[in-house]
Design a protein around this ligand. Structure first.
Ligand SMILES: CCC1=C(C)/C(=C/C2=NC(=C\c3[nH]c(/C=C4\NC(=O)[C@H](C)[C@H]4CC)c(C)c3CCC(=O)O)/C(CCC(=O)O)=C2C)NC1=O
Length: 185
């Protein structure tokens, strides 16, 4: 089931046959109060998605050149295209989860069965995990606005975000990538 921070609170309260109050209500209050920051964080990932995905997949190919050779899972270009597509799909679901403040959409629509699919197709787990670790690092850097020219090279781009502490949202986004990583591990 696809939930968000609000429906999740309702289900938890209903299970206790209690009204929503106390810490749950405070958490929802802050979800609303910090809403614009959350939208900026989603945008930080979404608006850099194609650059991030190509960087992550180039990264795994550089670290493991066998992937690009006959028998490797990025060869021929059909497999490279499938990998880029998969990374983009999963990243998109991470943005949905971050928007909703809940991982269920990511779990149900993208991660459910993915490891089994990869195992059946012979897609290497270690390289997939590494790709999502790179995407996690890129996304956290964009949310906290700490991306550097040293790592980005010619593609370096800073987005204008309002001042403020985005560490909680960066940690939340990181937790969604950790779900991806543990689902594939
Ligand atoms: C619900 C959303 C959704 C997901 C997540 C999804 C994944 C998905 N990835 C696939 C293939 C694939 N995925 C990869 C991915 C990779 N190869 C690598 O070396 C890297 C480690 C990795 C990229 C990070 C590859 C190479 C294939 C093609 C494998 C083959 O046909 O031999 C396939 C098999 C069918 C196809 O080729 O389209 C599925 C279903 N499909 C979906 O609809």
């Amino acid at each position: 089931m696809v939930l968000d921070a609000f429906s999740r609170a309702v289900i938890a309260a209903d299970a206790k046959t209690a009204p929503i109050g106390g810490a749950d209500l405070a958490a929802l209050k802050s979800f609303i109060a910090e809403g614009n920051k959350r939208l900026d964080a989603v945008n930080a990932i979404a608006s850099n998605a194609s650059c991030a995905v190509s960087d992550a997949i180039a990264g795994i190919a550089c670290e493991n050149t066998g992937l690009l050779q006959a028998g490797g899972n990025l060869y021929p270009t059909r497999r490279m295209a499938a990998c880029l597509r998969d990374a983009e799909i999963v990243l998109r679901y991470v943005t949905y989860a971050l928007l909703a403040g809940d991982s269920s959409v990511l779990d149900d629509r993208a991660l459910n069965g993915l490891k089994e699919t990869y195992t059946a197709l012979g897609v290497p787990t270690g390289s997939s995990v590494r790709a999502f670790q790179i995407l996690k690092a890129i996304s956290v850097a964009h949310i906290t606005n700490t991306n550097t020219e040293a790592n980005a090279g010619k593609k370096f781009r800073k987005i204008d975000t309002p001042q403020g502490d985005c560490s909680a949202l960066a940690a939340e986004a990181a937790s969604y990538f950790d779900r991806v990583i543990s689902a594939l591990s």
